[in-house]
Design a protein around this ligand. Structure first.
Ligand SMILES: Cc1cc2nc3c(=O)[nH]c(=O)nc-3n(C[C@H](O)[C@H](O)[C@H](O)COP(=O)(O)OP(=O)(O)OC[C@H]3O[C@@H](n4cnc5c(N)ncnc54)[C@H](O)[C@@H]3O)c2cc1C
Length: 415
């Protein structure tokens, strides 16, 4: 395949670039792009992010792959990638919509009824309302179907009780999508129901979780007798697993390769600018060897990504091979960050954007990449997926699959 822009893509790139030049500041060469790893953003930054999204929406540059009826442009993934490549060169507010637009919007399109689609999707695209994902629990992450947050029917409402954790952006979100256990007598995957929940409803309590880098991008969310109308149910009663799978399939595509490969040029710049044994670090053969290794892996990832994109452009749907990008990319990003900090010598231990080389990019990346290796499927889970669904190796033994959930042995007294 050819990795150059086609004439149509080149024309689209020029149009996107021209709009961005009119509406944003081009980041000068050498200025490092911010490394968004989930700081607890100020209300001011959130409002700027919302206003930028609304401007893009109003002028036809938001949710490019979504159908026009939902405020999108009905374009292909290749155009969306071209747009992201160009937008990344400009100094624009952080993207707070990765979960909403990447995962929850497509879930609403696939499973929402007409009323739900009309009520929520365009507003989600316009960006003044933000959405979060309420799936993981203290005892249910990789094994998501083991979740215990309960939903009990009460007339036209459901009453939700339980605890969710690692909920990214819940503190600035207006709505969340939650998977609950509505029938503990049904088998593990069959007793789940999926809802849209108002994050400002009485009984929703959001507590920040402090991360290793000092930021608090995610939260614990407690639900105490939270009433949700039945009209907020997405999919049938007991059909929550099927709906959740749609969200998870889109999650892998949305997370992608974890960002390390795109930072190779920053690493090269650091190696050129850092002195080691009286000369530029890049002149040291061991540094050059390591850089060559990172370059080869980065390029492998980039071209694997292009191959997926070409397949999608031909009409294929995202498949399990999408797990390869994150399985390789997230560890690569972590290794690159570790190497960059080593190059910096004693300054490698300083995480302060005002004095650290490249504004502390590598320190933040080093502290953030372990989270990327966990979020949206851990390394081991991704390897299981590749083993079972790409290489067709024998599956893991799942003894609890068909038993009523209530009867599955647990270390906790709760059922
Ligand atoms: C930065 C970040 C953002 C997140 N954002 C959200 C969010 O917005 N909403 C949300 O709902 N959740 C979110 N999560 C949670 C995330 O989905 C879970 O952390 C993840 O699914 C892993 O679950 P766990 O933490 O419970 O770990 P566990 O599932 O308990 O895993 C612990 C260890 O056991 C291994 N393991 C588990 N099962 C197997 C197996 N079958 N075979 C081999 N090894 C296995 C794992 O690989 C891991 O090393 C986020 C997490 C992070 C780090």
């Amino acid at each position: 395949m050819n990795f150059e822009d086609t004439p149509q893509e080149a024309a689209f790139r020029a149009k996107a670039r021209a709009w961005l030049e009119r509406n944003a500041r081009l980041r000068p060469p050498g200025e490092t792009a911010p490394n968004m790893l989930g700081e607890r953003e100020s209300a001011d930054v959130i409002q700027k992010a919302k206003d930028w999204q609304t401007k893009k929406f109003d002028e036809g540059w938001a949710v490019l792959t979504w159908p026009k009826e939902y405020g999108g442009q009905g374009l292909g993934r290749l155009e969306a990638v071209v747009w992201s490549q160009e937008e990344a060169k400009f100094d624009v507010p952080p993207n707070i919509y990765a979960i909403g637009h990447g995962m929850l919007g497509p879930t609403l399109m696939a499973h929402g009824n007409d009323e739900q689609k009309n009520k929520y999707i365009r507003e989600m695209a316009r960006g003044q309302v933000v959405w979060c994902q309420l799936f993981s629990e203290p005892d249910a992450g990789s094994d998501l179907a083991g979740l215990r947050t309960s939903a009990a029917r009460d007339g036209e409402n459901w009453v939700i009780n339980g605890q969710k954790i690692w909920s990214t952006g819940a503190h600035f979100s207006d709505f969340g999508m939650i998977v609950t256990r509505s029938d503990p007598n049904a088998a593990k995957h069959a007793g789940l129901t999926y809802f849209i929940v108002d994050m400002k409803a009485p009984g929703v309590e959001i507590q920040p979780i402090k991360q290793i880098n000092g930021a608090s991008g995610f939260n614990t969310v407690f639900f105490s007798d939270v009433r949700v109308p039945d009209s907020n149910r997405l999919g049938g009663v007991g059909d929550g697993w099927r709906v959740a799978i749609t969200t998870l399939m889109n999650e892998r595509v949305a997370i992608g390769a974890g960002g390390g490969a795109g930072r190779f040029r920053d690493l090269l710049k650091l190696a050129r600018e850092t002195r080691r044994n009286g000369r530029a670090a890049i002149e040291d053969s061991s540094v050059r060897q390591q850089l060559a290794d990172f370059y080869i892996r980065s390029k492998g990832l980039q071209f694997t990504g292009y191959r997926t994109l070409s397949a999608l452009a031909r009409g294929a749907t995202p498949g399990p091979e999408g797990s390869i990008g994150k399985a390789v990319g997230a560890p690569l990003a972590q290794e690159m960050a570790s190497f960059a900090m080593e190059l910096q010598g004693v300054m490698g231990a300083v995480d302060d954007e005002s004095v650290s080389p490249q504004e502390g990019l590598w320190q933040e990346m080093y502290l953030g990449t372990p989270g990327i290796r966990i979020a949206g499927g851990t390394d081991e889970i991704l390897k299981n997926i590749i083993a079972e669904r790409v290489l067709r190796l024998p599956p893991e033994i799942r003894v609890d699959k068909d038993r009523p959930f209530r009867e599955i042995p647990t270390g906790s007294a709760k059922k």
